[in-house]
Design a protein around this ligand. Structure first.
Ligand code: UT7
Length: 318
């Protein structure tokens, strides 16, 4: 039994913040941001717009695209690092917003690898017969964790959501998954603040040693891509599309080069929405599907990495 992606959907908040606007707040420039990261703009959720609200839009669109009725869904996984509340999970809040009840709903927290972790989990639950129709969402309101005075991080991140609907099928769907983590690197990318007795204890903003993260990401993503292809018995030349985590265009280019894939076979959306953490891979996937580049029957390599460190990859027959 395979898990097949039958629908994709995504959502970006209305408000767009350009590099030029950011340059009026901190000592940066459109030229620096675009040349070092590939980012030109990011979306910022409204004050009262929560992670579950953005997820709701993405899920509704994915169900519609897949022609799947809400009543068929029997599993909901939300990948997020910016949940609505401490608890209940954003997945439970989203289930209520969808107006359906009873089936398992839970959050996965693996930061920028969250969608990959959630997709691999849904795949395992479908393969084992626990679920037959799963919704997997990556949704983030990362701007809640941004220090707008820190030019090293505030130019990089944005808000958004992306979703896929998976169905159990005898036709090939997800071909292989690989998940990895290494807590020894937890200090180079973190938001370590915690709620304690009604107050925030520690720094609640994103802290990143950009260069160290960059080097780790390039190495780990090349490695995991190779392992995932090997697990499915496929070659680099079998991949039609690389759908990578959208953090930095230079990291994406490096992964593509390692796979001997021309950039024409890579879905890039980082220019439009910056790093949206768990939302970035499904946002890119939906963009490629909606503009007609990604077609049924093609082989897609999805991969992501982020704080933890946590990283992984999913190989999909679309
Ligand atoms: O989602 C997964 C995790 N995230 C990532 O994958 C991100 C990984 N890292 C990166 O994308 C890159 O390391 C950055 C884009 C964050 C930084 O690029 P870099 O080429 O590694 O630059 P750097 O950190 O080495 O900084 C170079 C210079 C520094 O100035 P000095 O020391 O050379 O005088 C920084 O202070 O650029 C300066 N700088 C800036 N200048 C203008 C840092 N941020 C900015 C800025 N505007 N926004």
């Amino acid at each position: 039994m395979y898990a097949r992606i039958v629908g994709t959907g995504s959502y970006l908040p209305e408000k767009i913040l350009t590099n030029a606007e950011l340059a009026t707040r901190v000592d940066t420039s459109d030229e620096w941001i675009a040349s070092r990261t590939g980012i030109r703009a990011r979306h910022v959720a409204a004050d009262d717009e929560k992670t579950s609200d953005m997820a709701l839009h993405a899920v509704t669109r994915a169900l519609e695209a897949g022609g799947v009725a809400l009543e068929e869904v029997d599993l909901l996984i939300v990948a997020t690092t910016t949940p609505d509340n401490i608890f209940p999970s954003t997945a439970c809040l989203l289930q209520e917003k969808l107006g359906v009840h009873g089936f398992p709903a839970f959050d996965v927290q693996a930061v920028c690898a969250g969608f990959i972790y959630a997709l691999a989990t849904a795949n395992a639950m479908i393969q084992s017969g626990i679920a037959r129709c799963a919704v997997v969402v990556g949704a983030e309101k990362l701007t809640n964790l941004i220090n707008w005075d820190d030019r090293a991080t505030c130019v990089l991140f944005g808000d958004g959501a992306g979703a896929v609907v998976l169905r159990a099928s005898e036709e090939p769907g997800i071909l292989a998954t690989q998940l990895h983590a290494d807590g020894r690197y937890s200090n180079i990318l973190k938001a370590e603040g915690r709620v304690k007795q009604g107050a925030i204890d520690g720094n609640p903003y994103i802290y990143m040693e950009g260069n160290a993260v960059f080097k780790f990401a390039v190495r780990a993503l090349a490695d995991v891509a190779e392992k995932t292809l090997a697990a499915a018995g496929l070659q680099q030349s079998d991949v039609d599309w690389l759908v990578p985590h959208q953090a930095n265009l230079r990291i994406i280019e490096s992964t593509a080069k390692h796979l001997h894939l021309p950039m024409e076979q890579v879905i890039v959306t980082v220019d439009r929405h910056g790093n949206t953490s768990a939302a970035s891979i499904p946002l890119a996937l939906d963009a490629g599907v909606k503009d007609g580049r990604i077609k049924p029957g093609q082989t897609l390599l999805l991969e992501g990495i982020g704080g933890g460190f946590a990283w992984g990859s999913v190989l999909v027959k679309f």
